[in-house]
Write a protein that binds this ligand. Sequence first.
Ligand SMILES: NC(=O)c1ncn([C@@H]2O[C@H](COP(=O)(O)O)[C@@H](O)[C@H]2O)c1NC=O
Length: 527
Amino acid sequence: MARRALISVSDKTGLGPFVKGLVDLEFEILSTGGTAKFLRDQGVKVIDVAEYTGFPEMMDGRVKTLHPRIHGGILGRPDLAEDAASMKEHGILPFELIVVNLYPFEQTVAKPNVKYEEAVEQIDIGGPSMVRSAAKNHAYVGIVTRADQYDEVLAALRAGQLSLQQRRRLMQAAFEMTARYDAAIAAHFLKEVQGSAAAAPPASAGLPQQLDLKFERRQELRYGENPHQKAAWYVEPSFGPTTVSAAQQVHGKELSYNNLLDLDAAVSIVREFKEPAATVIKHNNPCGCGIGATLAEAFDKAYEGDPISAFGSIIGLNRVVDAATVEQLCAPNRFIEAIIAPGFEPEAITALTTRPKWKNSVRLLELPQLMSAQAVSWEYRRIAGGLLVQERDELPEDETTWKVVTQRQPSEHERRDLAFAWKVCKHVKSNAILLAKAGMVVGVGAGQMSRVDSSWIAAHKAGSRSKGAVAASDAFFPFRDGVDQASQAGVTALIQPGGSVRDEEVIAACNELGLAMIFTGRRHFKH
Ligand SMILES: NC(=O)c1ncn([C@@H]2O[C@H](COP(=O)(O)O)[C@@H](O)[C@H]2O)c1NC=O
């Protein structure tokens, strides 16, 4: 019986030598338009699918291989009398090998500003149909879906034929591929659907009854949080362009597990600001953050917020790094582990990678789309025996809904600092109290079990800079003690969600102390 292979691939890597190998084994080759042309250019004799089916490829390639003569040839079981009779009656020829890879949906949607229609056209229909048909009929057919399978398949065919064991393994790999492909499509359009329904998506929108997550290993990590913990970094098939997964490391040592956590936190914070902004992350909390007229100014404010904690930190910047910022980054007594920014000017890269103190240590990551808009995404956290899923705390803040609840209105500069402090406070582990002054974080109390302790730590960190600062609290003050603490330190205005049964007592304390206070109506716990 003639040996026959159907080849239809978007990614033609390694295809020429593989198909020439099949031809040497006297395989007849059938192919779709672009693949047939590619193979003919390589000197391979090919039969067009359109010639075999008697139908031209049509509708911009939406219909090419969707024909009973193709699927009958893949799904037919020639040694079953009934199948053999149908094949004979309809002139259906059996295939021994199907070689398919799909339209590059993931690569297409990873491009910035990809159009909805372009994404839709990249949904491959005929390819997965053939893959599924061949995988189902693996008792008779080998299904090849990856270029790195070519060598093994060719070697087996040269030795005779693919064993059942090999065909089973190829079948399993094929279903993994189509599952991942469909997951990427679903994930992309989930974002589209949520984005267009951004007016009021219910909290549970898009949360399926059953969750099938696919992540691909990007790299093994030296270790996890501690050297005795094994670890690896996995990425989503359709990670967004604003995420650390989309960043390019342009210099420095291998990233660590803790680096990645801190880089993620750094990106989330600087994305909050339209103006030049910088943040300094230690142990997943911002110990500094600053905004300014220039990136250099913003970074200086961020680092000086808590220079002791900032030693050995991860830096997030929301503008391309220029020479002036490099001078600040490399100032004496400053030491940084990693920097993530939308880009680095060539002179900035040279300066950062040639200075003796820096060249072997600092990791530089470019994330060109760091400031692009992105729909609210899901956050997954493991608990033993389960997984918690929630929307990331990314809904834009609407300042027009904020209420001044005290007799005194905040002054203009207090209001600016309150808005700034509120944006950063959201990224601090609860209980979070954050003091800020003139676009600079001056004290952070993070991760304490009582709010009054966080207030004390924030004031202690700020030292004399707490005079005239403002305070943000990620959740309501349960008692007036946190307010008293802040006032004693010299804080003049506060921002918090409100909602405590003792709100009246807390407001009265502010009025008594001459403080201004805003209720935002939205809590930002971060556990
Ligand atoms: N519509 C069809 O019948 C169809 N059949 C095969 N394809 C895909 O077309 C691609 C190959 O096309 P070409 O050989 O024209 O470059 C492959 O990725 C294959 O998965 C199709 N395209 C989309 O669904």
